[in-house]
Design a protein around this ligand. Structure first.
Ligand code: V47
Length: 386
């Protein structure tokens, strides 16, 4: 880590001490870290915390994304993935299609399947229960991470039941974990502009809390680099930290840089941040957001540098700025790529390992719940959980 004198010169000597002493950072600290002109100094603080937790390890997972449909009753202004029913480009997979996508992967080549889609106006909960049971039957060794709090809320409305009931039914069908999508930015000011149809931040948090009470782990995301301020990003992080204090159910935090292509915001000046910029987040801002997230979320074990949205090159660098996980092989990605993401569609285990090793870290293969796994051991149907 850099010397205290350097932090004093930057005006953040007190934050240096807090990090050294493991003292919780507050809103004002987060704002000052964002304002600090020296991204390497901010990153070094985050790296200190990251290494305390994970040493030199950097995680990755053999996973596959499956999107069952992009038909969505919400029309979020930041999203290039969704379509209305009947619109050109709309798709909807049958249960057979979902299982077919899974069976195209050689047995033993994935440990996690990540299943999400739009808020479809008609698919009943039984379709999703059958889907998850089918996935588990065909690949019992694979963990299923499926359905964001947004989808859970939508299913509950369609079924006329509670979100807790939906969660319990899907858990019983085989959902191991919820992915972190749909959180966007909790700020009501921004949600009114970008996604007024979608559940609000409080409801997103409530559903994740319910999942935690039912014994399901969940992830959390933050979509940034659109219209939000740095203060709104920090409010988002603090709301997650507060829920995590109560439940301990979050596994991983994933900051997602907004990709503007093919979205209604593509030609809109992006008016966020004190820099008054009009373009999507730059590399330094991405790295600062990773670092500030690591420093503020002192009760989250993992920070993911999601290479799909960051690009693989920046995700690799982000491992030095507080991130400890690169996500995985993915196989087929639509949400980021339909919005212009410049990354690859898929990576192999060897590619992920090489990027981690050349970054100076030790690759550690994990399962969905971040249990380390031995790449040499064949996948078994009885994974451990922690
Ligand atoms: O909820 C939508 C975001 C999320 C855009 O839990 C966009 O392990 C950038 O949540 N530009 C889906 N982002 C992805 C997601 C995720 C990905 C990987 C791992 C995990 C996990 C979760 O993508 C959406 C939304 O917040 N998104 N449109 C866009 N144009």
């Amino acid at each position: 880590m850099l010397h205290l004198q350097h932090y004093k010169k930057l005006g953040i000597g007190d934050i240096f001490h807090k990090v050294e002493e493991n003292t919780r950072l507050e809103m004002d600290d987060g704002l000052r870290l964002y304002q600090c002109p020296d991204v390497v100094a901010v990153g070094a603080l985050a790296d200190r915390v990251r290494r305390r937790r994970h040493g030199n390890a950097a995680y990755y997972v053999l996973n596959q994304h499956i999107n069952y449909s992009n038909i969505c009753v919400n029309g979020c202004r930041f999203c290039a993935f969704h379509r209305k029913a009947g619109e050109q480009g709309a798709f909807e997979l049958s249960l057979e299609d979902v299982l077919q996508k899974l069976s195209e992967r050689p047995r033993g080549s994935i440990r996690e399947v990540h299943i999400v889609g739009g808020c479809h106006p008609a698919l009943p909960l039984t379709y999703f229960e059958d889907m998850i049971r089918g996935v588990k039957a065909s690949r019992p060794e694979v963990h299923v991470k499926a359905f964001t709090a947004v989808e859970i809320d939508h299913f509950a409305h369609l079924e006329g039941t509670s979100t807790r009931d939906v969660l319990a039914r899907l858990h019983k069908a085989g959902v191991d974990m919820l992915p972190g999508g749909g959180a966007e930015i909790f700020s009501p000011r921004i949600r009114t502009i970008l996604c007024p149809e979608k559940l609000d931040g409080e409801k997103w948090l409530k559903i994740n809390g319910e999942a935690h009470e039912l014994g399901m782990k969940t992830n959390a995301t933050m979509l940034y680099g659109h219209l939000e301020t740095e203060g709104e990003r920090l409010e988002h992080l603090l709301a997650l930290r507060e829920l995590q204090d109560r439940t301990g159910g979050f596994t991983c935090f994933i900051p997602l840089p907004f990709q503007p292509c093919n979205t209604p915001l593509a030609n809109t000046p992006l008016a966020s941040t004190r820099l008054g910029r009009t373009q999507p987040a730059t590399g330094v801002e991405d790295l600062k957001t990773i670092a500030v997230s690591r420093l503020m979320l002192d009760n989250f074990s993992h920070i993911k540098a999601y290479w799909v949205m960051l690009t693989l090159k920046l995700a690799q660098v982000a491992l030095h700025f507080g991130a400890d996980d690169l996500d995985g092989t993915i196989v087929e990605e639509k949400i980021g790529h339909m919005a212009g993401a410049q990354s690859e569609q898929a990576l192999t285990r060897e590619e992920l390992k090489r990027v981690i090793e050349e970054g100076g870290f030790t690759p550690l293969e994990r399962d969905c719940l971040f249990n380390p796994v031995n790449p040499a051991e064949p996948l078994s149907a009885t994974g451990t959980e922690n």
